[in-house]
Ligand binder design. Structure first.
Ligand SMILES: NC(=O)c1ccc[n+]([C@@H]2O[C@H](COP(=O)([O-])OP(=O)(O)OC[C@H]3O[C@@H](n4cnc5c(N)ncnc54)[C@H](O)[C@@H]3O)[C@@H](O)[C@H]2O)c1
Ligand SMILES: [Zn+2]
Length: 359
């Protein structure tokens, strides 16, 4: 078991516990008089809910919705409010988000707003949620096709990751989450990045001790960043490494690629620009690029419409006062915010990603 305490506004706020079963779950964090509503999606409910309920050993209500980003909207939030009202939930009761990032973001938002704030616990079950979305207190939902347009910063009372839940996670989802882990190493911790390379086999085999160590180190990197910048003004922007181009590809491809796959592509492009700007060496660029391959993540893709991508990037929210804040690597383990990336440099990096069949 590993435990990390995360500060919020410079005060200890919540623990992130990473374990391979539920035996370390601090049950007394929820008073006996408090009601519990587990919020989950139908896939997670089928795969891991029974075990979790057994571990809690008390009466709970369960609200489950249709899996996927399509459910991450205000309609689902309204259904949750209605369920809580019908079941008489008061402000002293607890919500538990059992699921991936979609469940965590929706539950956090419902918790932040139901009766102006009810306690919630994150039990992330996807790798992405364990290493990324369950930590930092960002909650929210999509509005129409606009991602995360409505939300709140609202801290969980506890984050409890049981890595055994990853056994039922489809492989593509597992590697999707891994992209964010790789990003964490690239932006802040070269030693961790090298550790990921050394432990490639164990990670792909989902060895539990290796996963606990990997998630702990990943969460710790995110912790340092969110503690310094809880509401995403400066430092937290570093977490957007690979995301400017990644988001654009995600959108242009109509969400046929997973977020982590797009982050891998965006990271390759950002590393390429870093090389072209003489921040990284050519060898470092190729090493970073090729490191995604054993983790089943793409480093090139077919039929990228470069003009369309440039348009999307220009409209990106990270454009402030007309200049794009781009996250580059000064070296492996050290990301920097750069305002000097030109359209031509982005174009060249996108061309590098474009997979052309050879005749
Ligand atoms: N709040 C933040 O800081 C933050 C950060 C990154 C991403 N996000 C958000 O997270 C979301 C993506 O998260 P995600 O990738 O976990 O997606 P997800 O929640 O949709 O989960 C992916 C799929 O895996 C299934 N699943 C999850 N755990 C499982 C398990 N143990 N066994 C079997 N199936 C399981 C889910 O039902 C779903 O089909 C996006 O909405 C994104 O905006 C938020
Ligand atoms: Zn991301």
């Amino acid at each position: 078991m590993e435990k990390i305490n995360v500060n919020y506004n410079e005060k200890p706020c919540y623990d992130v516990i990473i374990s391979s079963d539920y035996s370390d779950f601090p049950k007394d964090i929820i008073p006996a008089t408090s009601k519990i509503c587990i919020i989950t999606d139908d896939n997670v409910a089928n795969a891991v809910l029974t075990d979790f309920k057994k571990a809690l050993r008390r009466e709970v209500s369960v609200f489950s919705f249709k899996p996927g980003e399509e459910s991450k909207n205000l309609d689902t939030v309204k259904d949750i409010y209605t369920f809580l009202i019908k079941n008489d939930f008061s402000r002293s009761d607890h919500l538990i988000a059992l699921g991936g990032g979609v469940v965590g973001d929706i539950t956090g938002f419902a918790a932040a707003t139901y009766k102006r704030g009810i306690a919630f616990i994150q039990v992330p079950t996807s790798l992405l949620a364990m290493v990324d979305s369950s930590v930092g207190g960002k909650t929210g939902v999509d509005v129409n096709s606009y991602k995360n347009m409505v939300g709140a910063f609202y801290m969980p009372k506890l984050v409890y990751a049981n890595v055994s839940n990853l056994d039922s996670l489809p492989d593509r989802e597992f590697f999707n989450g891994f992209a964010e882990t790789m990003k964490a190493g690239l932006i802040r911790d070269e030693v961790f990045y090298l550790w990921l390379i050394d432990n490639m086999y164990e990670i792909c085999e989902k060895d539990k001790d290796t996963l606990i160590e990997m998630i702990k180190r990943s969460v710790d990197i995110k912790r340092v960043v969110v503690e310094k910048d809880p509401t995403e003004k400066n430092e937290r922007m570093l977490l957007n490494f690979g995301h400017t181009i990644g988001h654009a590809i995600e959108k242009a491809k109509g969400f046929e690629l997973k977020h982590g796959e797009c982050v891998a592509l965006g990271s390759v492009a950002a590393a390429y620009i870093s090389w072209k700007k003489d921040l990284l060496t050519k060898e470092e660029y190729y090493e970073i690029r090729d490191m995604f391959v054993p983790f089943n993540l793409p480093i090139s893709t077919e039929k990228l419409d470069i003009d369309e991508l440039i348009e999307i990037i220009k409209n990106d929210k990270k454009v402030i006062d007309g200049s794009l804040r781009f996250i580059l690597l000064k070296k492996i383990g050290k990301a920097v915010i750069d305002k000097s990336v030109t359209e031509d440099e982005i174009r060249e990096a996108l061309m590098e990603l474009n997979f052309e069949e050879e005749w």
